[in-house]
Ligand binder design. Structure first.
Ligand code: CTP
Length: 402
């Protein structure tokens, strides 16, 4: 999923030949899930029509403070404050100069000057204008103020000359903005290994020992972690959860606890953070029948042997990974969770109590308590599993920072 999904972008189009490229830029932003509001300077409408940009952005395009037909006034302050990001593309030398000297002689500039959010600008002009020391000084001033310059390319310019000043291509602009946002995210480039769901321990070709874990909690953590910039590997037991729109999450499906152990072990060294949300079966049948077991006797017993405790193994072989376990308890909850935290050498444990209404496997909600190895305890209210995932990741972030 793009970090731009759901973001509101105010695109300021100014009067340069590269304005024609904003048609593609708008399409790319919309494809990434952005809402785009275009504002054009009076000169920009000579290079591409407001109708074209309005059709592509699915929004009216604003060009002036007052609408001559309706007499309505467009509030530059509202436009600026509603946006998550402002993108000025193309940014001509004239507009850059006015931005740098706080001139507000059109709606686009007034909106820019009212902005409190991050502003990206993509210079576009002829090479000598670009090289001009006053223009360079303006760009430097804007960067000093905190605006982000998307550097122009070298290449053939509208004048026929070759040099620096050609606006970055629409794909480059979108990639630049996405990379910038990603770097600001809490878990940028952190490698997070997450397990989810139940494990199935085979009895014969048609039966298994399993549990009711839906996998939802682990999947929500994986999705939120990805949105926060992490590189996520999700090892999942059999469940019906989907990851559509999260193509960058590496999903590895396993069935038994033994398979989960092998997959986790193979990725352990790679990980900075491990979150074991899976409900791993503690025991498996001692032997697995190759053929279906027939019902013959009135009673039937199945010898079971203990599975490897994956988390205990991770705790015992820990390097620098931040290790998070889950504890699902029915009684003496905090004590039991604390014992698991210590025994498995964890940094943090997420406790659910089956005594809390709305918490546990089959719900879309969960109520958690977080305990850490320093002895801190945080209590949370009943929340959706997505919110719980956010809380868990925030708690991890606070602890890895300190
Ligand atoms: N876990 C694991 N491997 C197992 C069993 C559990 O990695 N074979 C992990 C779970 O993913 C969870 C944590 O250990 O993060 C605690 O699991 P839980 O089932 O609550 O506790 P157990 O250690 O199995 O102890 P008990 O079942 O006796 O409460």
């Amino acid at each position: 999923m793009s970090v731009l999904e759901g973001k509101k972008i105010v695109l300021i189009v100014t009067g340069g030949i590269a304005a024609y490229k904003t048609a593609s830029l708008i399409r790319l932003l919309i494809k990434r899930g952005c809402k785009v509001q275009v504002i054009m300077t009076p000169e920009a409408i000579n290079f591409i029509t407001p109708l074209t940009l309005s059709t592509l952005s699915n929004n009216p395009v604003y060009t002036q403070f007052f609408d001559g037909k309706t007499g309505e006034w467009t509030s530059h302050v509202d436009l600026a404050l509603q946006a998550d990001y402002i993108v000025v593309a193309p940014a001509t030398s004239n507009t850059l100069s006015k931005m740098a000297s706080a001139e507000a002689d059109n709606l686009a500039l007034a909106t820019y000057l009212s902005a409190k959010n991050i502003v990206f600008f993509a210079p576009a002009m002829d090479l000598d204008m670009y090289k001009n020391p006053y223009n360079k000084e303006n760009i430097e001033k804007l960067i000093q103020k905190g605006d982000i310059c998307i550097p122009p390319n070298k290449g053939e310019l509208a004048s026929g000359l070759e040099g620096e000043g050609r606006m970055a291509e629409p794909e480059e602009i979108v990639n630049f903005i996405e990379n910038f946002i990603r770097k600001e995210l809490l878990f940028y480039k952190k490698k997070i290994l997450i397990t989810a769901g139940p494990t199935y321990e085979p009895i014969d070709p048609v039966r298994f020992i399993g549990n009711h874990s839906s996998g939802k909690m682990g999947f929500e953590i994986a999705k939120v972690a990805e949105k926060l910039g992490a590189e996520v590997t999700l090892i999942s037991g059999p469940c019906n959860q989907k990851l559509s729109n999260y193509s960058s999450i590496l999903r590895i499906d396993v069935i038994s606890s033994e398979e989960m152990y092998k997959a986790v072990d193979a990725h352990y060294q790679w990980a900075d953070i491990v979150i074991m949300a899976a409900a791993v079966a503690d025991y498996r049948p001692k032997t697995v029948s190759k053929i279906k077991i027939k019902k013959e006797e009135d009673s039937f017993s199945l010898p079971l042997i203990k599975n490897k405790d994956i988390l205990l193994h991770l705790g015992n072989t820990k390097d620098n990974q931040f290790l998070v376990g889950f504890a699902l308890e029915t009684n003496d909850e905090e004590n039991n969770a604390l014992k698991k935290l210590q025994k498995k050498n964890l940094d943090m444990i997420v406790l659910n109590s089956l005594r809390d209404d709305g918490a546990g496997f089959s719900y879309d909600t969960n109520k958690i308590t977080i305990l850490d190895k320093q002895g801190n305890i945080e209590y949370f209210d009943l929340q959706t599993k997505e919110k719980v995932a956010v809380n868990i990741l925030n708690s991890i972030h606070v602890r890895i920072k300190t």
